[in-house]
Every structure is written in structure tokens, then in C-alpha cells.
Design a binder for this molecule. Structure first.
Ligand code: ATP
Length: 476
């Protein structure tokens, strides 16, 4: 069903905590800003996102291979990539209320642009603290986004290392090894999923801007001169993937970066954005980065990053197209996109369809309000819930157990025998389980069960033996 209103982020955060999708990191100690933990349902959801990406980007293509690089790498990697010294955001502090902002975001919020100066940045006239309204702000100062650590027992300058701020550099640094071993020819890609760390000035919008997050990145190496066609190709491929995992096309936006905003080495960049309750924001950036990264590593390491094309007898440093997506942002977008409040006939409807609730209004007579997470079945954390109608009837429980053990090796299943069946359906609606299987007295007689559909609330009766095939059909 099409969603016509957007839940607030408070509503989303409260559901995520209540039902075990996302918790504050170190919650019992009051949390730590910019860090999050994924609970039982959140980690299943993230796993499904990663699997769907890996299947689409790596497994189903003969010209993309995977990599799992270390998080801490030689510090030279970050000098070559331009992150040491260059990976910083200008920030401003409010001297009155001590709030800290990314200078460009604060200016943008107030309809202005941060001013570039010969030595750095300056605030345009009239910028105020958006928390307390004070104009007593510091000048913008560079803030290094990389987390530093030390490798080995001695903490001095020679042992400094960094937690990677992106997964991409692990791929560039292993380009030559993969090329020598993977029997690939340009054009081909190397993909990686993994954690990245950025000491963001102002983590906000729930998990959207975190200090520890997960990226899914592809570096697709191409022949120089084919940049535009491959960039267009990957923008289309990536957009199609978002639709495949259940995003309605109208919830997605393409933000094409104008030429003057591109990094000096890039020829194109397009962001895929989702319409979050706090505005349209980036889920993924797809950039044509030329040969910048490989050339930098060639220079800093002294090792050749050239490719020899046997067909044309040409030698060149490949150019690269980089689709770079964030697992956490996609998870948050999926959660926002799935959230619905509906009015449903009491007693779970007797096959009557639900209607969208009017925000803030009581359900009409004979109806109750349900919260339902309409995840695409492919991405839903739990696929099937199994319910014995009554928990104190051993023959029902035993039969239900046998159904559960038939399905649970194939899909994540949920066992629930407690409470009235209508309440159990509601609990599954709220975590977005697409199917409920109820075992009742008729099951004991003829080995049939009812299969309840989360969205339509329709119930159909079918034989236990036909259940896996039927579910496979819908979940495929
Ligand atoms: P932004 O402009 O929002 O800071 P970015 O352009 O710096 O993002 P990239 O460096 O292109 O982001 O990183 C690629 C992807 O990694 C982003 O599209 C996003 O999905 C994810 N990502 C980046 N920073 C964060 C973060 N702080 N928290 C969560 N995800 C992030």
C-alpha cells in the first residue's frame, strides 16, 4: 500500500528500540554519541541488505570479485589517498551554548553558502547558532575526521595508524594482487563490505550520520575514455537494485553533482537519495574518479598499477567507477519506508482489508489501530511466524513444532505460543513478518494450516506439505 504520510524520527526510533531493531551503543552507561548497536531484528535486516547487495553486485556478475581487507592499514595508504591532512570538515562552535556544527551544513540550513578564503573558510554574514540563536560563533576550523590509534606497545609518531574512513582504499591497495590472481580483464570490479569510521563533528538524524558505520563499495576498473558509459551503466544498475529490494521509485531521487562541485580528478558524481522524514538524503554516491586513486598509490608505493591490454597491446592505469553505499543508511531508509499505521477490523478482520489510519485520530467503531512494517518479504528480518492456536493443547504444540522445524532451516522463523492469536498477529505485524502460519484443530485432522498474509490480512488454508513451495514462490 502506498504511504501517504511520514512517521516522525521519534516514532521510528521508539519502535526500533521497543522491538529490538536498534539500541544506543553502551546503553546501560548512557550511550555514546554516534555509535549504535543492532538488536536481533536489526542484525537480520542488515544481513539481508548485505546479502542482497553481494548477490547483485558480485555473485551474479562474472566480472566482479570480492575482497575483505583489514580495517587498519599502512598509514601511507591514507597519505596517498589524500585523507591525511585532507580529510577534514570545517566546523564552528557556538561560544554561548557550546554546540558544534559542520560549517557548511549550518550555512546551508540558513540559506547561505560557506565562503572559501585563501587560507580556509569563513562564515557569511548573519549566521546564527541554530540551537540558541547566538551569533557568537568561532571561525570555521578544520576537524580531522579520521580516528587515530597506535600499533604496537609504543605510542609515538612512528606507530600512528588510522581506523579506515572508507573501505575503498583497501581495494585500491590490493588492486595489483587481485589482478594477478583473479583471472580478470578490464573492465572488471572489486567489491568489499565492511566497517568504516569517521569522527563526525555532529552525528545526527538517528543512525544516518554515525561515527562507526558499514559501507558496501565497488571499484569498477575501466579503460580510460569509457568513463561516461560505465558511469551511466552503474547509476542505472544501482537504482534498479533499490527498486528490487522494495523502494518505491517515487521515494528515490538522483542528485547529479554539477561540474563545479566535483573533486578535481572526478568527471561525474550522482547520489542516490531517499526521501527521509528529515528530507531527501544520500544513501549512495556513484562517482567516476578517473585514475586518481591508482596513480596516487603508484606514486606513494613505487609499485606499478598499470594494466596491459593483450588485445590492443596498450598499457594504462585503469580509470574507476565507484558506487559507494552505506548499509546503515539503507537499513534506516527501509525502516522508514516500511512503517504504516492502519485501522483494521477487530479480531484480525475476517479477511477484511485494512485501511490507512488518519494520523492522531481514534480508530472508528469496530476497528483498532495496528502498526505494521511493510518490509518487502525478501528483506524482512523474520519471514514466517509459527503459532499453535493454544499452548495448553500438546497435540497442537507438537504439530506446530514439526512445522517450525520444517521451515526454520530455510528461513528465519519466529515461534510464538503466548496470548490470543489476534495479539500474536499484531506483534508480528509490528516487526514486519510477512507470513503467519497457524496450527489449529483441523491441522491435527487433515494436515492443513492457515497462512496469513501480513499486508492484506487474508487467510488461506493449505497443506503443510505445500507450505515450503508456496513460501519459496513468494519469497524468491
Ligand atoms: P555525507 O556527505 O552524507 O557525509 P559522503 O558523501 O561523505 O556522505 P561518502 O564518503 O561518499 O559519503 O561515503 C559513501 C557512503 O557511505 C554514503 O553514501 C553513506 O551511505 C555512507 N556514509 C558515509 N558517511 C556516513 C556516516 N557518517 N554514517 C553513516 N553512513 C555514512
Amino acid at each position: 500500500m502506498k504511504q501517504t504520510y511520514k512517521p516522525s524520527m521519534d516514532t521510528i526510533a521508539s519502535l526500533c528500540k521497543r522491538r529490538g531493531f536498534i539500541f544506543q551503543s553502551s546503553d546501560i552507561y548512557g550511550g555514546i554519541n554516534g555509535f549504535w548497536d543492532y538488536g536481533p531484528l536489526g542484525c537480520e535486516l542488515k544481513r539481508n541488505i548485505r546479502d542482497a547487495w553481494w548477490k547483485n553486485v558480485v555473485q551474479s556478475r562474472e566480472n566482479v570479485v570480492g575482497l575483505d581487507a583489514s580495517i587498519i592499514m599502512h598509514p601511507k595508504v591514507w597519505e596517498a589517498s589524500g585523507h591525511v591532512g585532507g580529510f577534514s570538515d570545517p566546523m564552528v562552535d557556538c561560544r554561548s551554548c557550546k554546540k558544534r556544527y559542520k560549517a557548511d551544513a549550518l550555512c546551508e540550513e540558513q540559506g547561505k553558502n560557506l565562503v572559501r578564503t585563501a587560507t580556509g573558510y569563513a562564515l557569511p554574514d548573519g549566521i546564527k547558532c541554530s540551537t540558541c540563536g547566538s551569533k557568537d560563533l568561532t571561525e570555521p576550523r578544520a576537524f580531522d575526521l579520521m580516528f587515530k590509534t597506535h600499533v604496537g606497545p609504543v605510542e609515538d609518531d612512528s606507530s600512528v595508524a588510522y581506523l579506515r574512513p572508507e573501505t575503498a582504499q583497501g581495494i585500491f591497495a590490493q588492486f595489483a594482487n587481485v589482478l594477478a590472481t583473479a583471472r580478470q580483464k578490464v573492465p572488471f570490479g572489486i567489491a568489499q563490505i565492511g566497517k568504516a569510521f569517521r569522527n563526525e563533528i555532529n552525528p545526527r538524524n538517528y543512525t544516518f550520520r554515525s561515527r562507526e558505520f558499514e559501507q558496501m563499495e565497488l571499484e569498477f576498473f575501466i579503460k580510460p575514455g569509457t568513463d561516461k558509459e560505465w558511469h551511466d551503466f552503474w547509476v542505472k544498475e544501482r537504482l534498479a537494485w533499490y527498486e528490487q529490494i522494495g523502494f518505491p521509485p517515487e521515494s528515490l531521487r538522483l542528485d547529479v553533482h554539477p561540474q563545479e562541485k566535483l573533486a578535481h580528478y572526478a568527471s561525474a558524481c550522482v547520489d542516490i537519495q531517499y526521501e527521509f522524514p528529515f528530507g531527501a538524503q544520500e544513501l549512495e554516491g556513484i562517482a567516476a574518479r578517473g585514475d586518481f586513486d591508482l596513480t596516487q598509490h603508484q606514486k606513494f608505493s613505487g609499485k606499478s598499477m598499470e594494466y596491459f591490454d593483450q588485445e590492443t597491446n596498450e598499457r594504462f592505469v585503469p580509470h574507476v567507477i565507484e558506487p559507494s553505499a552505506g548499509v546503515d543508511r539503507i537499513a534506516l531508509a527501509i525502516i522508514c519506508n516500511a512503517y504504516r499505521e492502519e485501522w483494521v477490523p477487530k479480531g484480525d478482520g475476517n479477511n477484511k482489508a485494512p485501511v490507512e489510519a488518519e494520523p492522531g485520530k481514534q480508530a472508528p467503531e469496530g476497528y483498532e489501530t495496528r502498526t505494521v512494517m511493510q518490509f518487502d518479504p525478501k528483506i524482512a528480518p523474520v519471514k514466517v511466524a509459527v503459532f499453535p492456536l493454544l499452548k495448553n493443547k500438546p497435540e497442537l504444540v507438537e504439530k506446530a513444532r514439526s512445522v517450525f522445524s520444517k521451515l526454520s532451516p530455510i528461513w528465519p522463523c519466529f515461534w510464538d505460543q503466548v496470548g490470543a492469536i489476534g495479539r500474536r498477529y499484531r506483534r508480528q505485524d509490528e516487526i514486519g513478518t510477512p507470513f503467519g502460519v497457524t496450527i489449529d484443530f483441523q491441522t491435527v485432522e487433515d494436515d492443513t494450516v492457515t497462512l496469513r498474509d501480513r499486508d492484506s490480512m487474508q487467510q488461506t488454508r493449505l497443506a503443510i506439505n505445500d507450505l515450503p513451495e508456496k513460501l519459496r514462490e513468494i519469497l524468491a
